[in-house]
Design a protein around this ligand. Sequence first.
Ligand SMILES: O=C(O)CCC(=O)C(=O)O
Ligand SMILES: [Fe+2]
Length: 403
Amino acid sequence: MPGGLTDAQWEELNGDGFTVVPGVFSGEVLGELLASMARDVETWTNNDVDIEDPTTFGKWYEHYWKSHGMLVQSGGSGALATVDKIRCHSNVIEVFEDVHTRRAGGKNPGPLRCSRDAMSLYLPQSAVPRAPGEKAAPAVERLAFRKPWLHVDAGPDHGLEEFCVQGQVCLTGQRNDDVVQAATLMVLMGSHKLMPAFWDRFGKTMPPAARAADYHQMSAEQLEWFKDQGCAVRRVSAPAGSMVLWQSNLVHCGVEATADTLRAVREGRVDWREVRRVTTYVCMLPVPAKVTEAEATKLDKRRLHALHVGNTTSHHPFRFRLFPSKPLFHGNTKMKMYNRPPGVSLAQFLAWDPRVQCLFGGPRAAALMAEVERRRPSARRTRRDESCCSRLFRLEDFALFRS
Ligand SMILES: O=C(O)CCC(=O)C(=O)O
Ligand SMILES: [Fe+2]
């Protein structure tokens, strides 16, 4: 349902701390986005990994995957053309515009800025056809039994009073019911409302750096505390094409498919496509009241610089960390570093659509980017990257995604 949330979804986002908006993408556009992501991943991994071919999934874990849950934050994942197509798509922008308009009591919240977030890939090796009696490849086991890393993405010093909503665009479904428990987002329902009490109870003894980090992973004792407060754990069920939205101070993490579900895939009772996870993250926010114009401009420049060199950022568009543009994978040397589009300058890209320009740095973004590009024309780019990037990023591809 492009255009925004229903009242019920808005209430859920406030009450439970998260909601699922189905149908942000559907039909041909959804198919095209998944196909486009398949092309990106294939090129990015030097034709090693095809998200449509389970026999290649092992290579993802062998060579590339090394991270926080299923997140892929380095190696320019946030700079892949498909990720840009998604975050710049009007259907996605409209969801965030609606969220922040509702938050502002119906008033125009002002222009939004966007994160250059990462993506999540879960490519179950259980789907790989095996001879009878053959053992599952080890990476599956390593993934399936990972401990949840329940956390909040908002620290006590500046996150509490601010309403930051993160989003996840699901190119594949994340079914979670009695039959299938696919890889998905896990949440502690309503935990965002308990965060002031949580920081009161546990925050006092934290070192200042940890308080300022905007990321806190819960200890076993802290999780017990949430349980005692009556918080229920939920594996979120979200169909392909939906957006999951949640508040940054909701306790959450990504979880892999359950061992039972992986077994069901292995035994042919569940199709592997039900378990594969391809999602991208996006977070948009109007300029917070306490951010001055000078600070906002400084951050705009930093965001544009991140765009220029191919960094992926953390979620909060006004308090972001940068993840390296170099791949941080299993010592892999083959991965092509995705940097920036060679055929199209970013200044041209930004100037092409005023709404997109604003997402990354306000009305002066194209001019600022032109300045950055003039100062650092080659931005750590190699000729090999160029051929890779020109396949990944063409301005005309984006025409399809304008409305
Ligand atoms: O969807 C997931 O895997 C969790 C990612 C996460 O923690 C986040 O995007 O903040
Ligand atoms: Fe998170």
